[in-house]
Design a binder for this molecule. Structure first.
Ligand SMILES: Nc1ncnc2c1ncn2[C@@H]1O[C@H](COP(=O)(O)OP(=O)(O)OP(=O)(O)O)[C@@H](O)[C@H]1O
Length: 312
C-alpha cells in the first residue's frame, strides 16, 4: 500500500459546535491506482484531501487516526520535514477551483519555477517547465502566458503540471473538472489516465459526479456525512451497488441523463449533531428500527465490496 488512511477523524471547532466532518474513515491507495472518493457536497471529501496534505484549515483539527505513506505515519513527522520532503514532493493536490489559484500578475512559467526554486529542484528550471507542459499535452510556449490568457481547460492542465513539478507519487485531484464544459472534462480525465500510465502515478479522485467517476476509477469510496458507507471495485460500485445511498446516487445520474435533476430527497444531517445509528437513516427508504439505534459496521463481501448497512 502506498497511502493508507486509518481511523481518520477531522473535526471543525465552530461557534455552532464541533462539526465531525470526517469521522473514523479508512481508505488506501496502491501504486498506479485511480481511486474515487465520492459523495454529496459536505460529505467530507475535500477535508480528507486536506488532511492527507496536512493542510486542514482553521478551525479544523485532525482529531485522531494515522496516515501512512509507504508505511510511515506522516502525521507524526515534524512540520518542517513534512514541508521539505513530503508535501508537493511525494503527495500533491489539485485543489477545488484551482484554476483560479494562479496569481494573475505573474506568468504561469514563473509560478511553476517558484515551486521548483522553493523546493530546491536540482536541474534547469526552464527545461523542467517545458517538460511538464509536454507531460500535460500543452505547447510549452503557453507557459509564457499570463493565467488570464489561457482557457479554463489550459489553466487546469497548467495547474496539474504545477502539482506534478516535483515528481510526486500521489496526486489528490479535488473536483478537477468542475466548471469545465463536457468535452474539456473528458480531456482532463484522459490526461489523468495518461499520467497514471506514464508516471505510474496514484490518483485520489475527489468528486460529487458519479458519472464522471465511473469513467476513470479502479476502486471507490462512497462517503456520507463523514463516514464511508460503501467501498469496492468500480465494477461493483457502479453495476451492483449494495448500499441504498450508493444506489440512490447512481440513480440520480440516470435521471440527469434525461435532463431531470432529481437528487436524493432530504438533507445531509447536521454534522455537529449527527443522528444516532446510521447517519443515512433520515433519508434511507429502507431504514428499520436498528438503523436508528446502532451504527452499522463495514461488512466485507467476497467480490471486494464493503458496506456499512443493516440490510446486510
Ligand atoms: N473551514 C471550515 N469551517 C467549518 N466547517 C467546515 C470547514 N470546512 C469544512 N467544513 C465542514 O466540514 C464538512 C465537510 O466539508 P468538505 O468540504 O470536506 O465536504 P465535501 O464533501 O468536500 O463537499 P464539497 O464538495 O462541497 O466541498 C461540512 O459539513 C463543512 O461544512
Amino acid at each position: 500500500m502506498l497511502l493508507e488512511v486509518k481511523n481518520l477523524k477531522v473535526y471543525f471547532y465552530t461557534k455552532r459546535g464541533i462539526v465531525k466532518a470526517v469521522d473514523d474513515v479508512n481508505l488506501y491507495l496502491d501504486k498506479g491506482e485511480i481511486v474515487g472518493l465520492a459523495g454529496e457536497s459536505g460529505s467530507g471529501k475535500s477535508t480528507i484531501g486536506y488532511a492527507i496534505m496536512r493542510l486542514v484549515p482553521y478551525p479544523g483539527k485532525i482529531e485522531g487516526g494515522k496516515i501512512f505513506f509507504k508505511g510511515e505515519n506522516i502525521l507524526e513527522i515534524d512540520e518542517e520535514t513534512f514541508r521539505r520532503n513530503y508535501r508537493w514532493k511525494k503527495i500533491s493536490m489539485v485543489f477545488q477551483g484551482s484554476m483560479s489559484g494562479f496569481t494573475p500578475v505573474f506568468k504561469v512559467k514563473d509560478q511553476i519555477i517558484e515551486v521548483l526554486r522553493v523546493h530546491e529542484w536540482k536541474g534547469d528550471y526552464e527545461e523542467r517547465v517545458r517538460e511538464l507542459f509536454k507531460m500535460v499535452n500543452m505547447d510549452p510556449s503557453l507557459a509564457d502566458k499570463y493565467p488570464h490568457e489561457l482557457s479554463g481547460g489550459q489553466k487546469q492542465r497548467a495547474f496539474i503540471a504545477m502539482a506534478l513539478a516535483l515528481n510526486p507519487e500521489v496526486l489528490i485531484a479535488d473536483e478537477p473538472t468542475t466548471a469545465l464544459d463536457v468535452i474539456v472534462q473528458e480531456n482532463i480525465l484522459n490526461l489523468l489516465k495518461q499520467l497514471r500510465k506514464e508516471l505510474n502515478l496514484s490518483i485520489l479522485f475527489i468528486t460529487h459526479d458519479l458519472a464522471l467517476l465511473s469513467e476513470i476509477s479502479d476502486r471507490d469510496y462512497i462517503l456520507y456525512a463523514g463516514k464511508v458507507m460503501e467501498s469496492g471495485p468500480s465494477e461493483i460500485i457502479f453495476k451492483k451497488p449494495r448500499h441504498p445511498y450508493t444506489t440512490l446516487l447512481i440513480e440520480s445520474i440516470a435521471t440527469l441523463d434525461k435532463d431531470m435533476i432529481k437528487g436524493i430527497p432530504g438533507f445531509m444531517p447536521d454534522l455537529s449533531n449527527p443522528p444516532k445509528g446510521c447517519r443515512f437513516n433520515t433519508r434511507c427508504p429502507f431504514a428499520k428500527d436498528i438503523c436508528f439505534k446502532e451504527e452499522p459496521k463495514l461488512k466485507a463481501f467476497s467480490d471486494g465490496d464493503e458496506v456499512a448497512c443493516w440490510l446486510y
